[in-house]
Design a protein around this ligand. Structure first.
Ligand SMILES: CC(C)(COP(=O)(O)OP(=O)(O)OC[C@H]1O[C@@H](n2cnc3c(N)ncnc32)[C@H](O)[C@@H]1OP(=O)(O)O)[C@@H](O)C(=O)NCCC(=O)NCCS
Length: 221
């Protein structure tokens, strides 16, 4: 059984180990970083669990998007992992991390985590979800094309990228390439795709709401 639920402090070790397994070059969040994130924005930190084992995480902040916008990096939007850029007066849910254990991919866990993120965005009456998406397939092509050309070819179907294709299929729009977004991301050569999903139910004249207590857990048989 797949369960999507809020992350708790008891999940921090497992989430840190998951990131260590998933990324060869990108360092995992430290235990204090995870703790700070949970303290700042508990509703935004989501885990996927199968039969009691943590297999995926989706982590978010609320940000004042105009402060970052076109030329941001992972470091600027998170204040280098301090996460004190989280600001409930913003209207943008910003995805700072999503990953699923390699053994469990291709079975809908990522989709369930993205569903939860969209549900959170809608429940809080936020305008959109924005993220910098990795381009792990780019390293194979980097010697002979720009990341812009690579992304176009993924979008028009000549190449498959497991992250950008997944995000496009999840209803996100591709808004361009962010150069130097995450320098430790060797597969993407530091690049990322700027992606956005607009909340169709967003009401600009109404305030941001607290996520309801019953938003999670969501159980999938
Ligand atoms: C991106 C990522 C989170 C997706 O997670 P996932 O659990 O594999 O996602 P899903 O299983 O929902 O979808 C992946 C693919 O499997 C397909 N799929 C889902 N369930 C399926 C099923 N039952 N049978 C066949 N295919 C299925 C989906 O349609 C999707 O295909 P697509 O790539 O053509 O869109 C995962 O690849 C990952 O962790 N990557 C490494 C970390 C990373 O780079 N994260 C991104 C940070 S920006």
């Amino acid at each position: 059984m797949l369960t999507i639920r809020r992350m708790t402090h008891d999940d921090i070790d497992a989430a840190n180990e998951l990131q260590s397994r998933v990324y060869s070059a990108i360092p995992p969040f430290g235990l204090e970083q995870f703790g700070g994130l949970l303290d700042r924005f508990p509703d935004g930190q989501i885990v996927a669990e199968i039969d009691g084992a943590l297999v995926g995480i989706a982590l978010s902040l609320v940000v004042l998007w105009d402060d970052y916008s076109l030329h941001h990096t992972w470091a600027s939007v998170t204040n280098t992992g301090e996460f004190d850029t989280h600001d409930m007066s913003g209207r943008t849910l910003y995805g700072i991390e999503v990953c699923v254990d390699a053994d469990t991919r291709g079975k809908g866990v990522g989709h369930a985590l993205y569903e939860a993120r969209r549900a959170l965005c809608q429940a809080m009456n936020l305008k959109r979800v924005i993220a910098g998406g990795r381009l792990p397939g780019y390293v194979e092509h980097a010697a002979h094309m720009s990341p812009e050309e690579y992304a176009k070819r993924v979008i028009w179907g000549d190449f498959y990228d497991p992250v950008l294709r997944f995000q496009l299929n999840e209803g996100f729009d591709f808004c361009g390439i962010l150069h130097g977004y995450l320098p430790t991301d060797e597969e993407s050569i530091g690049n990322a795709s700027l992606i956005v999903w607009l909340n169709p139910g967003y009401k600009a004249d109404q305030p941001t709401k607290q996520a309801p207590a019953n938003l999670y857990p969501v159980l999938y048989p």
